[in-house]
Write a protein that binds this ligand. Structure first.
Ligand code: ATR
Length: 279
Protein backbone atom coordinates (compact mmCIF):
# COMPACT_ATOMS: atom_id res chain seq x y z
CA UNK A 1 0.00 0.00 0.00
CA UNK A 2 1.39 3.43 -0.85
CA UNK A 3 0.56 6.36 1.39
CA UNK A 4 0.90 9.91 0.25
CA UNK A 5 2.44 12.37 2.72
CA UNK A 6 -0.03 14.99 3.81
CA UNK A 7 1.34 18.45 4.41
CA UNK A 8 0.76 20.62 7.49
CA UNK A 9 2.30 23.73 9.02
CA UNK A 10 2.15 25.93 12.08
CA UNK A 11 1.88 29.65 11.38
CA UNK A 12 2.57 32.56 13.71
CA UNK A 13 5.06 35.24 14.66
CA UNK A 14 7.61 34.57 16.02
CA UNK A 15 7.58 30.90 15.02
CA UNK A 16 11.26 29.90 15.09
CA UNK A 17 11.11 28.12 18.45
CA UNK A 18 7.76 26.35 17.96
CA UNK A 19 7.72 22.74 19.17
CA UNK A 20 4.59 21.87 17.16
CA UNK A 21 6.39 20.26 14.18
CA UNK A 22 8.36 17.96 16.52
CA UNK A 23 5.28 17.02 18.54
CA UNK A 24 3.18 16.25 15.44
CA UNK A 25 5.98 14.22 13.87
CA UNK A 26 6.31 12.17 17.09
CA UNK A 27 2.55 11.53 16.97
CA UNK A 28 2.75 10.55 13.28
CA UNK A 29 5.50 8.03 14.09
CA UNK A 30 3.07 6.23 16.42
CA UNK A 31 0.88 5.39 13.40
CA UNK A 32 3.59 5.14 10.70
CA UNK A 33 1.86 8.05 9.09
CA UNK A 34 3.88 9.84 6.41
CA UNK A 35 3.57 13.54 7.08
CA UNK A 36 5.28 16.83 6.38
CA UNK A 37 4.92 19.53 9.04
CA UNK A 38 6.63 22.92 8.64
CA UNK A 39 6.80 26.13 10.63
CA UNK A 40 6.04 29.27 8.67
CA UNK A 41 6.51 32.85 9.77
CA UNK A 42 3.24 34.73 9.14
CA UNK A 43 2.55 38.19 10.55
CA UNK A 44 -0.89 39.62 11.29
CA UNK A 45 -0.74 42.03 8.37
CA UNK A 46 -0.24 39.22 5.86
CA UNK A 47 -2.56 36.59 7.38
CA UNK A 48 -5.37 37.03 4.84
CA UNK A 49 -3.10 36.78 1.80
CA UNK A 50 -1.16 33.90 3.39
CA UNK A 51 -4.33 31.90 4.10
CA UNK A 52 -5.51 32.44 0.52
CA UNK A 53 -2.17 31.17 -0.69
CA UNK A 54 -2.28 28.08 1.59
CA UNK A 55 -5.75 27.17 0.26
CA UNK A 56 -4.41 26.90 -3.26
CA UNK A 57 -1.41 24.83 -2.19
CA UNK A 58 -0.94 21.30 -0.97
CA UNK A 59 -1.62 21.92 2.72
CA UNK A 60 -4.24 19.76 4.46
CA UNK A 61 -4.16 21.69 7.71
CA UNK A 62 -2.56 24.49 9.71
CA UNK A 63 -1.97 25.17 13.36
CA UNK A 64 -2.29 28.82 14.24
CA UNK A 65 -0.40 30.41 17.10
CA UNK A 66 0.17 33.88 18.53
CA UNK A 67 -0.74 36.50 17.52
CA UNK A 68 -3.03 35.14 14.82
CA UNK A 69 -5.72 33.09 16.61
CA UNK A 70 -8.43 35.74 16.72
CA UNK A 71 -7.87 36.91 13.15
CA UNK A 72 -7.84 33.31 11.94
CA UNK A 73 -11.26 32.99 13.58
CA UNK A 74 -12.44 36.00 11.56
CA UNK A 75 -11.11 34.58 8.29
CA UNK A 76 -12.24 30.93 8.34
CA UNK A 77 -15.23 30.02 6.17
CA UNK A 78 -16.54 27.49 8.68
CA UNK A 79 -16.12 27.34 12.45
CA UNK A 80 -16.66 24.75 15.15
CA UNK A 81 -19.07 25.70 17.91
CA UNK A 82 -16.19 26.08 20.36
CA UNK A 83 -14.13 28.40 18.18
CA UNK A 84 -17.24 30.52 17.65
CA UNK A 85 -17.70 30.73 21.42
CA UNK A 86 -14.03 31.47 22.14
CA UNK A 87 -13.59 33.64 19.01
CA UNK A 88 -10.31 31.84 18.45
CA UNK A 89 -8.90 29.33 15.94
CA UNK A 90 -5.72 27.30 16.49
CA UNK A 91 -6.49 24.43 14.10
CA UNK A 92 -7.48 24.85 10.46
CA UNK A 93 -8.49 21.98 8.19
CA UNK A 94 -8.36 22.77 4.48
CA UNK A 95 -11.03 20.90 2.50
CA UNK A 96 -12.49 21.77 -0.91
CA UNK A 97 -10.55 25.03 -0.89
CA UNK A 98 -12.34 26.10 2.31
CA UNK A 99 -10.89 26.85 5.73
CA UNK A 100 -12.58 25.04 8.65
CA UNK A 101 -11.53 26.52 11.99
CA UNK A 102 -11.41 24.83 15.36
CA UNK A 103 -9.82 25.49 18.73
CA UNK A 104 -8.16 22.84 20.89
CA UNK A 105 -6.48 25.02 23.53
CA UNK A 106 -9.23 24.48 26.10
CA UNK A 107 -9.22 20.71 25.63
CA UNK A 108 -5.42 20.80 25.94
CA UNK A 109 -5.57 22.67 29.25
CA UNK A 110 -8.27 20.46 30.75
CA UNK A 111 -6.53 17.21 29.75
CA UNK A 112 -3.25 18.41 31.22
CA UNK A 113 -4.93 19.45 34.47
CA UNK A 114 -6.57 16.01 34.66
CA UNK A 115 -3.19 14.35 33.88
CA UNK A 116 -1.82 16.30 36.85
CA UNK A 117 -4.48 14.88 39.14
CA UNK A 118 -6.80 17.87 39.35
CA UNK A 119 -10.43 17.06 39.98
CA UNK A 120 -11.98 19.98 38.15
CA UNK A 121 -15.56 19.51 39.22
CA UNK A 122 -14.47 19.96 42.82
CA UNK A 123 -11.88 22.70 42.36
CA UNK A 124 -12.16 26.35 43.27
CA UNK A 125 -10.47 27.97 40.29
CA UNK A 126 -9.01 31.42 39.64
CA UNK A 127 -8.21 32.31 36.02
CA UNK A 128 -5.76 35.20 35.74
CA UNK A 129 -5.87 37.22 32.50
CA UNK A 130 -8.55 38.52 30.19
CA UNK A 131 -6.96 38.36 26.76
CA UNK A 132 -7.10 35.81 23.96
CA UNK A 133 -5.37 33.07 25.95
CA UNK A 134 -7.81 33.32 28.87
CA UNK A 135 -10.92 33.51 26.68
CA UNK A 136 -9.63 30.65 24.55
CA UNK A 137 -9.96 28.16 27.44
CA UNK A 138 -13.17 29.47 29.01
CA UNK A 139 -15.66 27.22 27.20
CA UNK A 140 -13.87 24.05 28.29
CA UNK A 141 -13.28 25.30 31.84
CA UNK A 142 -16.97 26.14 32.25
CA UNK A 143 -18.00 22.78 30.78
CA UNK A 144 -16.08 21.07 33.62
CA UNK A 145 -18.56 22.69 36.05
CA UNK A 146 -16.13 23.77 38.77
CA UNK A 147 -17.94 24.89 41.95
CA UNK A 148 -16.11 28.23 41.74
CA UNK A 149 -14.68 30.00 38.73
CA UNK A 150 -13.29 33.43 39.43
CA UNK A 151 -11.70 35.79 36.92
CA UNK A 152 -9.09 38.42 37.60
CA UNK A 153 -6.86 40.69 35.56
CA UNK A 154 -4.54 43.69 35.90
CA UNK A 155 -7.22 45.73 34.09
CA UNK A 156 -10.19 44.53 36.11
CA UNK A 157 -12.71 46.09 33.70
CA UNK A 158 -11.67 43.50 31.13
CA UNK A 159 -12.50 40.70 33.61
CA UNK A 160 -15.94 42.25 34.01
CA UNK A 161 -16.43 42.33 30.24
CA UNK A 162 -15.29 38.73 30.12
CA UNK A 163 -17.75 37.80 32.86
CA UNK A 164 -20.66 39.34 30.99
CA UNK A 165 -19.58 37.67 27.71
CA UNK A 166 -19.46 34.20 29.35
CA UNK A 167 -22.39 34.68 31.74
CA UNK A 168 -25.08 32.79 29.82
CA UNK A 169 -22.78 29.87 28.97
CA UNK A 170 -21.82 29.67 32.66
CA UNK A 171 -25.46 29.70 33.76
CA UNK A 172 -26.24 26.96 31.23
CA UNK A 173 -23.51 24.85 32.88
CA UNK A 174 -24.52 25.81 36.46
CA UNK A 175 -21.23 27.62 37.07
CA UNK A 176 -21.06 30.69 39.26
CA UNK A 177 -18.72 33.07 37.46
CA UNK A 178 -17.33 35.93 39.54
CA UNK A 179 -14.70 38.64 39.26
CA UNK A 180 -12.06 38.88 41.97
CA UNK A 181 -9.38 41.51 42.67
CA UNK A 182 -5.72 40.65 42.00
CA UNK A 183 -4.83 41.55 45.60
CA UNK A 184 -6.59 38.64 47.31
CA UNK A 185 -8.34 41.09 49.63
CA UNK A 186 -11.51 39.06 49.53
CA UNK A 187 -9.39 36.34 51.29
CA UNK A 188 -10.87 33.61 49.09
CA UNK A 189 -8.74 30.44 48.92
CA UNK A 190 -8.31 28.80 45.53
CA UNK A 191 -7.41 25.18 44.83
CA UNK A 192 -6.19 25.99 41.33
CA UNK A 193 -4.79 29.26 39.94
CA UNK A 194 -4.25 29.39 36.19
CA UNK A 195 -2.07 32.13 34.76
CA UNK A 196 -3.23 33.01 31.26
CA UNK A 197 -1.49 36.39 31.08
CA UNK A 198 1.49 37.25 28.94
CA UNK A 199 3.13 38.85 31.99
CA UNK A 200 6.02 36.38 31.91
CA UNK A 201 7.34 37.97 28.75
CA UNK A 202 6.94 41.62 29.65
CA UNK A 203 7.54 41.89 33.38
CA UNK A 204 9.44 40.52 36.37
CA UNK A 205 6.41 40.83 38.58
CA UNK A 206 3.74 38.17 39.05
CA UNK A 207 0.23 39.28 38.02
CA UNK A 208 -1.18 38.34 41.45
CA UNK A 209 -0.24 38.96 45.09
CA UNK A 210 1.45 36.32 47.30
CA UNK A 211 -1.52 36.20 49.63
CA UNK A 212 -3.62 34.41 46.98
CA UNK A 213 -1.27 31.39 47.04
CA UNK A 214 -0.56 28.86 49.76
CA UNK A 215 1.27 25.55 49.73
CA UNK A 216 -1.89 23.62 48.83
CA UNK A 217 -2.61 25.79 45.79
CA UNK A 218 -1.98 24.14 42.44
CA UNK A 219 -0.43 26.86 40.26
CA UNK A 220 -0.62 26.34 36.52
CA UNK A 221 1.04 28.66 34.01
CA UNK A 222 -0.06 28.35 30.40
CA UNK A 223 3.39 29.60 29.36
CA UNK A 224 6.14 27.10 28.56
CA UNK A 225 9.86 27.37 27.82
CA UNK A 226 10.44 30.18 30.33
CA UNK A 227 10.01 30.28 34.09
CA UNK A 228 7.59 33.16 34.61
CA UNK A 229 7.43 35.41 37.69
CA UNK A 230 4.17 33.61 38.60
CA UNK A 231 5.95 30.23 38.57
CA UNK A 232 8.81 31.63 40.67
CA UNK A 233 6.35 33.16 43.11
CA UNK A 234 4.45 29.88 43.42
CA UNK A 235 7.69 27.96 44.03
CA UNK A 236 8.70 30.46 46.72
CA UNK A 237 5.36 29.87 48.39
CA UNK A 238 6.06 26.07 48.25
CA UNK A 239 2.98 25.58 46.07
CA UNK A 240 2.72 22.91 43.37
CA UNK A 241 3.65 24.41 39.99
CA UNK A 242 3.23 23.28 36.38
CA UNK A 243 4.10 25.06 33.17
CA UNK A 244 2.04 24.84 29.97
CA UNK A 245 4.13 22.26 28.10
CA UNK A 246 1.61 19.52 28.88
CA UNK A 247 -1.17 21.75 27.55
CA UNK A 248 0.80 22.33 24.34
CA UNK A 249 1.18 18.57 23.85
CA UNK A 250 -2.48 17.84 24.61
CA UNK A 251 -3.83 20.59 22.34
CA UNK A 252 -1.57 19.24 19.59
CA UNK A 253 -2.99 15.74 20.18
CA UNK A 254 -6.51 17.08 19.69
CA UNK A 255 -5.47 18.90 16.47
CA UNK A 256 -3.89 15.65 15.29
CA UNK A 257 -7.18 13.88 16.01
CA UNK A 258 -9.17 16.49 14.06
CA UNK A 259 -6.92 16.02 11.01
CA UNK A 260 -6.18 12.29 11.08
CA UNK A 261 -9.01 10.84 13.22
CA UNK A 262 -6.35 9.03 15.26
CA UNK A 263 -5.71 9.57 18.98
CA UNK A 264 -1.97 9.74 19.70
CA UNK A 265 -0.46 8.73 23.03
CA UNK A 266 0.88 11.78 24.82
CA UNK A 267 2.47 10.29 27.95
CA UNK A 268 6.05 9.96 26.66
CA UNK A 269 6.20 13.04 24.44
CA UNK A 270 7.94 15.23 27.06
CA UNK A 271 10.70 12.66 27.57
CA UNK A 272 11.06 12.21 23.80
CA UNK A 273 11.40 16.00 23.36
CA UNK A 274 14.02 15.97 26.15
CA UNK A 275 15.92 13.16 24.46
CA UNK A 276 15.94 15.21 21.26
CA UNK A 277 17.31 18.13 23.34
CA UNK A 278 14.36 20.28 22.28
CA UNK A 279 13.36 21.18 25.84
P1 ATR B 1 -2.94 36.76 24.81
O1 ATR B 1 -3.53 36.47 23.48
O2 ATR B 1 -1.59 36.14 25.07
O3 ATR B 1 -3.91 36.52 25.93
P2 ATR B 1 -3.55 39.53 25.07
O4 ATR B 1 -4.90 39.31 24.47
O5 ATR B 1 -2.76 40.75 24.67
O6 ATR B 1 -2.59 38.31 24.78
O7 ATR B 1 -3.72 39.52 26.68
C1 ATR B 1 -2.62 39.66 27.51
C2 ATR B 1 -3.08 39.42 28.95
O8 ATR B 1 -1.93 39.45 29.79
C3 ATR B 1 -4.02 40.49 29.49
O9 ATR B 1 -4.86 39.91 30.44
C4 ATR B 1 -3.03 41.47 30.14
O10 ATR B 1 -3.56 42.30 31.14
P3 ATR B 1 -4.26 43.71 30.74
O11 ATR B 1 -5.61 43.36 30.21
O12 ATR B 1 -4.29 44.46 32.01
O13 ATR B 1 -3.37 44.34 29.70
C5 ATR B 1 -2.08 40.51 30.76
N1 ATR B 1 -0.75 41.09 31.02
C6 ATR B 1 0.21 41.40 30.12
N2 ATR B 1 1.30 41.91 30.73
C7 ATR B 1 1.02 41.91 32.07
C8 ATR B 1 1.75 42.30 33.24
N3 ATR B 1 2.98 42.79 33.15
N4 ATR B 1 1.14 42.14 34.44
C9 ATR B 1 -0.10 41.64 34.54
N5 ATR B 1 -0.84 41.24 33.47
C10 ATR B 1 -0.29 41.38 32.26
Amino acid sequence: MTSISKQFAVIGHPIKHSLSPHIHLLFAEQFDLPMVYEKLEVELETLLSSLDKFKGQKYSGLNVTLPLKHDAYLLCQELSEKSQLCESVNTISIRDNQLHGDTTDGVGLIRDLINNGINLNQAKILLVGAGGAANGVMADLIECSPPTLHLTNRTIKKSMLMQSYWKSFAIKNSVSLKVSGIDGEDSFRYDVIINATSAGFSSNISPIEDIMINKETYCYDMTYSVETPFMKQAKNMNAIVSDGLGMLIEQAAESFYIWHKKKPKTKNIKSQLKKLKLI
